[in-house]
Design a protein around this ligand. Structure first.
Ligand code: SF4
Length: 250
């Protein structure tokens, strides 16, 4: 049980704030989202895939921002850096964009920060901007994250009227893109609103139900959940199985 890291007492008393990854994690399993992301009772194991993703982001950020050569294992990504560097304008790398409830830009750690998103690279060339998010996993067609990124660029940079957003799929060597205009902002927030309300409602009621899936058996660190393949019952003894060989549900 060495992946248990804290009791998390009081950690949910912080003002409610959200991000696109919180929405996605809540959607995947509310109970896991509460235990891992909010209470920090358990930590996801860093897989090789996740570690590689972090290294790629770090290597490209240093290359594009500081001119630091890419590490030997990432030399093949030089064309990626070159392509970013060829876009004309003011480049912002690993840009943290936060806004408050009144849709006003604010500092990342401001007490009233309500929504946060990080852009791997933004290039400002008013009245247009270009924003890219590197992806190291399999291609997924999910334009909501790009839409939220564009909305925050508009809120932080009033002189920008159009944003070209792109996911760069490093493993597949592909780009997927979406263009947004300032007038799209209302529909962007309206599109995510039902998901936002679900997340907010859970935060207010403390209702984070378990959502069983193929991840439960081997890929979830929440060992106190009775669906978990490594379930540890409250009394700490693993004899909590019924006669059918299944774990009894708490
Ligand atoms: S074991 Fe499954 S249901 Fe339980 S918290 Fe993890 S993902 Fe959710």
């Amino acid at each position: 049980m060495n992946n248990v890291i804290s009791l998390g007492i009081g950690k949910e008393n912080k003002p409610f704030s959200w991000s696109y990854s919180k929405i996605k994690n809540f959607d995947s399993c509310p109970k896991k989202h509460q235990a891992v992301d909010l209470l920090k009772l358990f930590k996801e194991e860093e897989s090789d895939v996740l570690r590689w993703g972090n290294e790629v982001h770090d290597g490209l950020a240093k290359r594009v921002r500081d001119g630091t050569p890419l590490p030997f294992t990432m030399k093949h990504l030089e064309p990626v850096a070159a392509q970013v560097l060829s876009v004309p304008g003011r480049r912002l790398v690993e840009q943290q964009l936060a806004i408050n409830k009144d849709f006003q830009p604010c500092a990342w750690f401001a007490r009233d920060a309500w929504f946060r998103i990080i852009a791997d690279v933004i290039v400002l060339n008013p009245p247009v901007a270009f924003a890219v998010d590197y992806k190291t996993g399999k291609i997924l067609h999910d334009s909501q994250q790009l839409a939220l990124l564009a909305a925050c660029v508009f809120l932080h940079h009033p002189d920008i009227n159009a944003v070209r957003t792109e996911f760069w799929w490093i493993r597949e060597d592909e780009i997927t893109k979406e263009n947004f205009r300032r007038k799209d902002m209302t529909s962007i927030w309206r599109g995510i609103w039902p998901k936002y309300l679900e997340l907010k409602n859970a935060s207010e009621t403390g209702n984070y139900p378990a959502k069983q899936s193929g991840l439960c058996k081997d890929y979830c660190p929440v060992v106190t959940c009775s669906y978990n393949g490594k379930y540890i019952p409250p009394n700490g003894d693993n004899n909590d199985r019924n006669n059918s060989g299944r774990f009894s549900q708490a």
